[in-house]
Design a protein around this ligand. Structure first.
Ligand code: PLP
Length: 379
């Protein structure tokens, strides 16, 4: 692979060495955790230990953690089964217009099944308040779904305050939090947010793709989405992905053990923004991001897809929004009501604790060059 300069850690992250080692070890011990003989039991013990590791990082009991195939599965499960669990209350759901497609498309699907969904609009900075959530609640509200960290702006939404507002209105309303971009990127262990359901994903923190987890608060009693052999305590059938689970736990342990990672990530993001502003006076910051690893900038008047391609040709990876949009304009930036030229030129930059100043300098130089060249060809 060519040498990459990577500023797209919100899209996915490289697999950490600890995760790779754990993955290979678990592939060798290939037993099925449901098998009753020795190495089946060993596989089951491995999954048990891995669940304890993930639970410790989430700040919950191991019994509250179910492994899933990805964040999308966790979001689907939480929203579909959470809404269904409260159907007797009614068929009203509250969410926001800036959620990931895993939440928005699930809500749209439920609308086709007769649910009514209130989509809360952010302000110009991409923020949603607990007052907005409280004002949207109704006697027939079954579920509220709100992300913790927006994947395009890095804005941290006030989930704990929103949970309090929802539970004050009626403790029976379920609260789901898509924390895929927040897991190990904010200080608070996610179970302490107070939400009933929290979805996380491995590939954002150095585990391979294809593994995630859903926290289901004790007593919530969510029906499974996948039925079958009754694995995961009957909550998620399908033979456990032992190798991915082992890699996920190893990544969680390695990241949790890196105590200065949030500061280092925030530091390199601030440095990069300064360098970019110095090098390219027309560059504007859409969002500095409260979370340490994400920010959004724009080159008003330029086309971000073209800028992304030009940088990509030089081995520099940035994104024009969520990787899941594949070239469509970002619904998040659109919801923030940005002026059209800002919308067209929007770029998301995302960082790891190991992003270097040399990489940031390289990005600033390449983006300045791209802007100069594109300006000449456009004018
Ligand atoms: N939610 C958010 C906020 C995300 O950023 C993503 C992925 O980018 C997802 C959900 C989906 O996670 P996964 O890729 O594990 O399905």
């Amino acid at each position: 692979m060519e040498q990459l300069v990577y500023f797209d850690y919100a899209a996915t992250t490289p697999v950490r060495p600890e995760a790779r080692e754990a993955l290979l070890r678990a592939l060798d011990g290939f037993g099925n955790p449901s098998s009753r003989y020795g190495f089946g039991r060993e596989a089951a013990l491995g999954v048990k230990a891995d669940r304890e590791t993930v639970a410790a990082a989430l700040g919950c009991a191991p019994g509250e953690v179910t492994f899933t195939s990805c964040g999308t599965e966790g979001d689907n499960w939480a929203i579909r089964r959470g809404a269904e669990r409260n159907r007797r209350r009614g068929k009203h759901i509250v969410t926001t217009t800036i959620e990931h497609a895993a939440v928005l498309e699930t809500c749209k699907d439920l609308e086709r099944e007769g649910y009514e969904v209130t989509y809360l609009q952010p302000d110009k900075a991409g923020r949603i308040t607990a007052e907005q959530v409280a004002a949207a609640l109704r006697p027939d509200t079954a579920l509220v779904s709100m992300m913790l960290v927006n994947n395009e702006t890095g804005v941290v939404l006030p989930v704990a305050d929103c949970v309090r507002a929802v539970k004050a209105f009626d403790p029976a309303i379920l609260f789901h939090c898509d924390a895929v971009q927040g897991f190990l990127k904010v200080e608070t262990p996610l179970a302490r947010l107070g939400a009933d359901l929290v979805a996380v994903s491995g590939h954002k923190i150095g585990a391979p793709k294809g593994i995630g987890a859903l926290y289901v608060k004790k007593g919530v009693g969510l029906r499974p989405l996948l039925t079958g052999g009754g694995q995961e305590d009957g909550l998620r059938s399908g033979t456990e992905a032992t190798a991915q689970i082992a890699a996920f736990a190893a990544a969680v342990q390695a990241v949790s053990g890196d105590k200065t990672r949030l500061e280092r990530t925030a530091g390199i993001k601030a440095y990069t923004l300064e360098r970019l502003k110095e090098a390219i006076p027309e560059l504007k910051v859409i969002s500095q991001g409260d979370a340490p690893h994400i920010c959004a900038v724009t080159l008003p008047g330029y086309k971000s897809e073209v800028v992304v391609r030009v940088l990509g040709d030089r081995g520099i990876c940035v994104s024009s929004g969520s990787a899941c949009h594949r070239g469509k304009p970002s619904h998040v930036f659109a919801a923030m009501n940005l002026p059209k030229p800002w919308l067209d030129g929007a770029l998301r930059l995302s960082f790891s604790p190991d992003t270097t100043r040399a990489e940031a300098d390289g990005l600033a130089a390449a983006l300045k060059d791209a802007a100069d060249t594109l300006f000449t060809t456009l004018s």
